[in-house]
Ligand binder design. Structure first.
Ligand code: PHE
Length: 339
């Protein structure tokens, strides 16, 4: 019994097996327990001998089991260590650091500039009413800008705003002129049913600007725009003002910046003219002021709507506006924000 038991114990190669052997050899139904239980039938002389012998075997087997258990514990520990080993000398995986979208960087930069000039930054809804997008901006019912071809209509009265100008009306209505002049910019996305190409996208950004006070002149507008152009493009950049027309400004101008996306004249970004239009502006039309409850005799000022997408294209030599909206990381990662 002892020899067979010892062999079995040695042969056990996991803890569960060993435990079964223990139960079989030393358990309540095991042979040794039976021998000890049978002692009562023995003579007084035999009893101590048999008892001693049986107990000795029991102890030896128990010791062997304990030893084997230690061996097995060691073995499984080694296995686990080998399995879970970590090579601390391997190079770590680099987490890719994100960066604000290049358009947001340009917009943030312009916001900082205008905040420095004393402007407030205000927000407005992308889903706008016909009332604010057109009516309040002095755009009559038969104006071509209302055409289904230019505007994404949601219902008769709701649409995707085609410009940020409705925020002029929204702030004019709420501004308290007894507390001082109104100076605000309003950046945001706008939407038009354009066919996308290198310089047109059905969604792009605008930054609306509005300054209303007593005695604001066109010279103030021109000076402000020059500050903006120089801030973004440096002192050498030329700007050009062209007479234009917008229903909500009178007089109206369009502002071009000398094109350097591909070294001056001759590229598609500037339509081969050497100039690229970056904003529309003008002196706020009396009808806009009147419509929002502001007296156009007492107050007046200028407004502009500039295009950060165009600014970014020019500044960084991006010659396709669609790049900004395709989220190709190879494109976006070129514009890590400098810290
Ligand atoms: N809202 C005009 C546009 O989208 C731009 C503009 C804004 C023009 C303010 C004049 C004054 O083209």
């Amino acid at each position: 019994l002892k020899t067979k038991g010892l062999v079995d114990i040695q042969a056990a190669d996991d803890q569960r097996q060993l435990n079964e052997i223990r139960v079989k050899l030393l358990g309540k139904k095991g042979p040794l327990t039976e021998v000890l239980r049978g002692m009562k039938d023995l003579s007084a002389a035999e009893r101590p001998q048999v008892g001693e012998f049986a107990n000795k075997i029991k102890t030896e087997l128990a010791t062997a089991i304990d030893q084997q258990l230690q061996v097995l514990d060691q073995k499984s520990l080694q296995q686990r260590l080998a399995h879970e080993t970590v090579d601390v000398t391997l190079p770590g995986r680099q987490a890719q650091v994100g960066t604000p979208h290049i358009l947001n960087q340009v917009i943030d930069d312009l916001e900082d500039l205008f905040i420095g000039l004393g402007y407030e930054v205000i927000d407005g809804p992308e889903v706008e009413t016909d009332h604010y997008n057109f009516e309040m901006m002095n755009i009559p019912k038969d104006h071509p800008a209302r055409d289904m071809q230019d505007t994404f209509y949601i219902t008769d009265e709701l649409l995707m705003r085609t410009h940020t100008s409705p925020n002029q009306a929204r702030t004019l209505e709420t501004h308290d002129f007894s507390k001082g002049p109104l100076k605000m910019i309003s950046p945001g996305r706008v939407f038009r049913r354009d066919n996308d190409d290198a310089t047109h996208s059905h969604q792009f950004n605008q930054i609306e600007g509005l300054v209303i006070d007593h005695h604001v002149t066109m010279a103030d507008l021109k000076g402000t725009l020059e500050v903006v152009a120089r801030h973004v493009f440096g002192d050498e950049r030329e700007i050009r003002l062209r007479p234009s027309y917008f229903p909500f400004t009178e007089p109206s101008i369009e502002v071009d910046i000398s094109c350097f996306a591909c070294g001056g004249k001759g590229c598609s970004v500037c339509k081969h003219t050497g100039w690229i239009e970056v904003l529309g502006a003008g002196m706020v039309h009396p009808n806009v002021l009147r419509g929002a409850g502001v007296d156009p005799v007492e107050f007046g000022g200028f407004a502009f709507g500039l295009g950060p997408d165009r600014f970014a294209m020019l500044k960084y030599g991006v010659n396709d506006i669609r790049e900004f909206y395709q989220n190709d990381l190879r494109f976006l990662h070129q514009f890590q924000r400098e810290v």
